[in-house]
Design a protein around this ligand. Structure first.
Ligand code: NAD
Length: 312
């Protein structure tokens, strides 16, 4: 049984990590969050220590390590805001633990080199949650694409509208320096998936870039992709909105819908199983998507050439 600590325990995604720690037969021994609304811990690990001050969390962590306690922490799961990930990763590695960190692993590409250096120095591993790479339909599509003999590139339209309330722009998620912006915070899963499916990136342009929506064109070895991301309910197709749904996710490949709406439920648990078996996605697995997004944040907008149909 491995001992876990959790940073960012009061947030939206933290309970999925608690559930995954439990489902894989491990235990949460300590949790930290400056915000103390963490009653959810009782549903999983009521005996875990909880801290609202980093220094007290650090002291506890270090005490367990020095005493070689059977509660000494083996893994730190990181669910804090994106711009804090690299700092929390450094803390965990230097404290002698492996890491399981939420996406995006870091906001800026140069942070990857810094944590890679500390990974080397400490001999501890950084693992990231790239759960779409574990989705069964995505894996089988990849096998088809990579194993087949595609003569021409696939034409792909990726649309992801996941409407958020007004709170979103008031929180760290709406602040580009903290979240990386919509392309990093909402899109990075999909940009990683595109690379995973279609190979190396060859070309990129951005047609639309706002806090609440963005769109562009990406060309990979095996596909030409028009993409659109939004957190605005007004961008939902009318038929979807009429059903009361707040999210629309579509991947059209050569005009045919790629069905992958099911199979999402246990992907955090699957991610933990892979990490614990020594097959976690490491720093280098994150490079392409983080570089892609960082470049898209900086590049000049181009007049729509290969624009997604939602770009007016
Ligand atoms: P959230 O805002 O709900 O939770 C973040 C938590 O971090 C909050 O409880 C906050 O109090 C805490 N926090 C703030 N400053 C901190 C600090 N200095 N030290 C420690 N904790 C601090 O956000 P969320 O939606 O749970 O997102 C957390 C992470 O998970 C983000 O990186 C996000 O991108 C990622 N995420 C991943 C998925 C996925 O499907 N894999 C889904 C949602 C979010």
């Amino acid at each position: 049984m491995k001992n876990f600590a959790l940073i960012g325990a009061a947030g939206y995604i933290a309970p999925r990590h608690m559930a995954a720690i439990k489902a894989t037969g491990n235990r949460l021994v300590a949790a930290y969050d400056p915000f103390d609304s963490v009653g959810i811990i009782d549903s999983h690990f009521p005996e875990a220590f909880f801290f609202t001050e980093f220094e007290r969390f650090d002291r506890h962590f270090d005490k367990l390590r020095r005493a070689q306690s059977d509660e000494a922490i083996d893994y730190v799961s990181i669910c804090s805001p994106n711009y804090l990930h690299d700092s929390h990763i450094r803390f965990a590695l230097r404290s002698g633990a492996h890491v399981i960190c939420e996406k995006p692993l870091v906001v800026n590409p140069w942070n990857l080199d810094a944590i890679a250096q500390i990974e080397l120095e400490t001999g501890r591993k950084v693992n990231s949650i790239l759960q779409l790479r574990l989705h069964p339909s995505i894996i089988s599509l990849r096998e088809k694409i990579r194993g087949g003999t595609l003569e021409t590139k696939l034409n792909v339209d990726l649309t992801y509208v996941t409407s958020r309330g007004r709170w979103y722009m008031q929180s760290w998620k709406g602040v580009e320096k903290k979240s990386g912006g919509i392309m990093a915070n909402i899109g990075v899963h999909f940009f990683d998936m595109l690379h995973f499916l279609f190979g190396e990136l060859q070309e990129s342009s951005v047609h639309l870039r706002h806090d609440n929506r963005a769109a562009g064109y990406l060309e990979y070895e095996h596909a030409r992709v028009r993409w659109f991301l939004s957190v605005e309910i007004d961008d939902l197709p009318e038929a979807i909105r009429a059903t009361g749904q707040r999210t629309y996710r579509s991947i059209l490949i050569d005009g045919e819908e790629f069905e992958f709406s099911g199979g999402f439920t246990d992907l955090h648990q699957r991610s933990y199983e892979e990490v614990l078996a020594g097959h976690g996605f490491g720093i280098d697995d994150n490079r392409q998507a983080i570089n892609t997004v960082a470049a898209m944040r900086r590049c000049e907008l181009t007049a729509a050439g290969e624009a997604h149909p939602f770009v007016a």
